[in-house]
Ligand binder design. Structure first.
Ligand code: ATP
Ligand code: MG
Length: 257
């Protein structure tokens, strides 16, 4: 069975897609078979992976169609790696899944049962609490919560924590790996203040702030512009090196429990 890593935070624009695509890319470079699943209706990971959502089966067909497509048939093999694309139609997720009771929460977990030969699955998620996010939390083994060091970032964590606790009722082994500070400059006073406040929240959530942090780096935007993962674009830039150390820290925990 593949290990399922979910990158999530309901706050928008704080580095979820960058983190999900970069983790997937690093795990792949290290010789693992990795599948990225884009659960976000915005399709940003899909775009970065140079995947398409028209004329091919997408996550919509796998989890929301009445006659569900097998997940293996929805995998696109792109120059960036393997992906199940998101689809603007995923916005129907709430109306379609909320009427299905427990089955609606388990829709991604059940879909993953059809997956063969993968070592890791990485979920990119949308900046909202939705049924698809709840289903991702039920399907995941391990959560990574990226955050930028500002006051508003922290506020959203309480609401996310409620959804995580709900998901644990169906998925008791779900582990919150930790909070990952991105675009982080430890030399600023603001960053140090926020880090202090975050430590308290992390403790309340039964987790921690990862020791490794990700620095601000212009290459992140450049890579996005040419529809490349950061690792394929420039694996030696500061953010890529920071993510590489972060993946070491994450894997130590994923592998040793
Ligand atoms: N380490 C970094 N250095 C510089 N810019 C970054 C870094 N990480 C992310 N960004 C930039 O921040 C913006 C938001 O990043 P990203 O798309 O990964 O966030 P997101 O949380 O997935 O957003 P959304 O909630 O809309 O899905 C992007 O323009 C990205 O280029
Ligand atoms: Mg995103």
């Amino acid at each position: 069975m593949a290990t399922v890593i979910c990158v999530t935070n309901q706050k928008g624009g704080i580095g979820k897609t960058t983190t999900a695509t970069t983790i997937a890319s690093i795990l792949q470079e290290r010789g693992n078979k990795v599948l990225l699943i884009d659960t976000d209706v915005q399709c940003n990971s899909t775009d970065t992976y140079q995947a398409v959502f028209e004329g091919v089966p997408t996550l919509y067909d796998v989890i929301l169609e009445e006659d569900k497509t097998d997940i293996m048939e929805a995998i696109q093999h792109t120059p960036m790696g393997d992906i199940v694309a998101a689809d603007p139609l995923l916005r129907e997720g709430d109306s379609k899944l909320s009427t299905q009771g427990i089955k609606g929460y388990k829709v991604l977990k059940d879909a993953l049962k059809g997956l063969k030969d993968y070592d890791y699955v990485v979920f990119d998620t949308a900046p909202a609490i939705s049924m698809i996010l709840r289903a991702a939390l039920v399907a995941a083994d391990y959560l990574v919560i990226p955050i930028t060091a500002d006051r508003y970032g922290i506020q959203g964590l309480y609401e996310l924590n409620v959804s995580i606790n709900d998901a644990k009722e169906l998925n008791p082994n779900l582990k919150i790996g930790g909070i990952l500070l991105v675009r982080y400059n430890e030399r600023t006073i603001l960053a140090r203040d926020v880090r202090g406040a975050l430590e308290t929240v992390a403790e309340e959530m039964g987790t921690k702030i990862y020791q490794n942090t990700i620095r601000e780096c212009n290459k992140v935007k450049e890579a996005q512009t040419v529809r490349s993962t950061l690792i394929k674009y420039d694996k030696h830039c500061t953010a890529a090196r920071d993510y590489d150390y972060f993946v070491d820290e994450m894997l130590e925990e994923v592998e040793n429990g």
